[in-house]
Ligand binder design. Structure first.
Ligand SMILES: Cc1cc2nc3c(=O)[nH]c(=O)nc-3n(C[C@H](O)[C@H](O)[C@H](O)COP(=O)(O)OP(=O)(O)OC[C@H]3O[C@@H](n4cnc5c(N)ncnc54)[C@H](O)[C@@H]3O)c2cc1C
Length: 467
């Protein structure tokens, strides 16, 4: 083990890389399996999500090239239609035996307005493909998550967020939406027109229709200075609240069984682009797992080994255009649970999660991530009406995540957490309804737009179906 390897895994797993989907684990829906699909005369070609934890064998996969084609596809479909983005959600939001529709061909920036700093962007655009074209128009997205592989509509669908105590989740930057409904109609909505649909559609789980265009509130183009620094976890926890208040984007990552973590801070800068101390994230990404394999029999020696390496890691500073400086690569696949707890409970909940995992789950080696997100007024946003801390735990993709996630989820629920819609959780309809004061408003809009349930797959039926 060397310092380079350890850092690379800590950073790549905690902050950043997409690999091609592969293994199939822990299915939570019941679409047709390969054998059943074949028997039913279907081609047994699987769709899988990024981590491989979700799988289905859809009868059709479509990527329409225009809104008119999409309208025709939806209005003529007889079974379930599920929109898909980049397949980066861990929950069974996409799987169906019928039709999966991707907007990968409906992408790009449509128009922009210099005065308002707003831009209309096609819903299938990958986040990574928004920054450059917006930058050429003098605009930047206000905030971004820690990867940029997602499609714009996919990211909005689950309330994807970055970090920053004064910054909302991505849907909070949306000022207008166009979507195609179950009947094939095109609806435009914003704060003035169809405002109830707008309030429901900003975070929608793909349950209202297929988004085709989004009007985003941006800001003048900017650069960021990103600094990552290693500290003992106790020091991080003592300073987290003031760091969150005094930096534009602040988060921390904790490496379990090491006593060490790093803070990841972004602030505006006019300094020229540069990189200091950056380590190749593709280097040695299995190292934390190896340390776990060798040393999990002795937590003390494991902590000593990990912390002595972490203490020697130099500060990393990257100055770059905003859109190039939020996301990191993820070289290792995992499954993830993330809950958003009220800010006042964040540090306490984190301490409890850490103590519980380090007592009961010596096999865990993936870092925990802790972020801040501002409150908003979006009906199904987990940040609705409250400032939040988002706490995420991960398990290596081929390991059984259920026992640990169950134990962690109990702590999150105790602190009134709401789950990330795209990440693993077991909240059922009645728990969700109790946690979201606008749940019934959302359900009513959904029922009006799609009374026949065309967009409901087995999982979404458990949340919204009337029967
Ligand atoms: C490595 C990794 C890192 C991540 N980092 C973050 C992070 O920093 N912050 C965070 O909050 N989350 C993060 N996530 C979670 C991720 O951002 C969300 O799960 C997001 O929804 C995935 O977007 P996607 O394009 O892959 O959409 P998918 O997962 O394919 O779909 C998500 C939802 O959007 C719907 N949808 C897709 N396209 C449309 C459309 N055109 N119209 C209507 N509905 C649509 C789908 O039906 C589904 O309900 C991460 C996930 C991974 C795997």
């Amino acid at each position: 083990m060397n310092r380079r390897n350890l850092l690379s895994l800590m950073i790549t797993t905690a902050a950043g890389t997409a690999l091609a989907p592969g293994l199939s684990l822990a299915k939570t829906t019941a679409p047709l399996g390969a054998a059943a699909a074949k028997k039913a005369g279907r081609r047994a070609i699987a769709w899988r999500n990024w981590s491989g934890s979700q799988e289905c064998f859809p009868q059709m996969r479509k990527a329409p090239g225009s809104v008119a084609e999409l309208q025709e596809l939806i209005s003529s479909a007889t079974g379930c239609v599920r929109p898909v983005g980049a397949g980066h959600s861990f929950m069974p939001l996409v799987p169906t035996d019928d039709t999966i529709v991707s907007l990968s061909r409906i992408s790009g920036v449509v128009s922009h307005d210099d005065a308002s700093k707003q831009a209309v962007i096609r819903a299938g655009t990958k986040l990574a493909d928004i920054g450059g074209p917006l930058g050429e128009r003098g605009q930047s997205m206000i905030n971004m998550p820690d990867i940029d592989e997602q499609s714009l509509a996919g990211a909005l669908g689950t309330a994807t967020h970055g970090t920053g105590a004064t910054l909302g989740c991505l849907p909070d930057f949306v000022e207008g939406i166009q979507l195609v409904t179950a009947k094939g109609d095109v609806i435009d909505c914003d704060r003035q027109n169809n405002s109830d649909i707008f309030d429901a559609a900003r975070v929608n789980l793909g349950a209202l229709g297929v988004l085709t265009e989004v009007r985003l509130q941006n800001m003048p183009r900017y650069s960021l200075k990103r600094e990552t620094t290693w500290h003992p976890i106790e020091e991080i926890l003592e300073n987290a609240e003031s760091m969150a208040d005094n930096n534009r984007n602040y988060e921390f990552i904790y490496v379990p069984f090491s006593g060490m973590g790093f803070t990841d801070v972004h602030n505006f800068t006019n300094e020229p682009a540069s990189t200091t101390g950056k380590i190749d994230p593709n280097d040695g990404s299995e190292t934390l797992k190896q340390v776990r394999d060798w040393l999990s029999w002795s937590p003390k020696i494991r902590e000593l080994a990990l912390s002595s390496v972490a203490k020697g890691i130099e500060k990393e500073v990257v100055i770059a255009n905003s859109w190039e400086n939020y996301a990191s690569e993820r070289n290792v696949r995992f499954n993830e649970m993330e809950y958003h707890v009220p800010r006042e409970h964040g540090i306490k909940a984190f301490r409890e999660v850490r103590a519980m995992v380090e007592k009961n789950f010596p096999e865990v080696f993936f870092p925990f991530e802790f972020r801040y997100v501002k409150s908003d007024d979006i009906w199904l946003s987990p940040f609705y009406g409250r400032e939040c801390c988002s706490i995420a735990v991960h398990r290596y993709f081929s390991e059984d995540y259920k026992p640990m996630f169950k134990a962690v989820e109990a702590i999150f629920k105790k602190y009134h957490g709401r789950p990330h819609w795209g990440k693993i959780n077991t909240m059922n309809r009645s728990e969700l309804a109790a946690n979201y004061e606008r749940w019934h408003d959302f359900s009513a809009v959904r029922e009006t737009l799609d009374p026949g349930g065309k967009f409901l797959n087995p999982y979404l039926k458990t949340l919204f179906s009337k029967v």
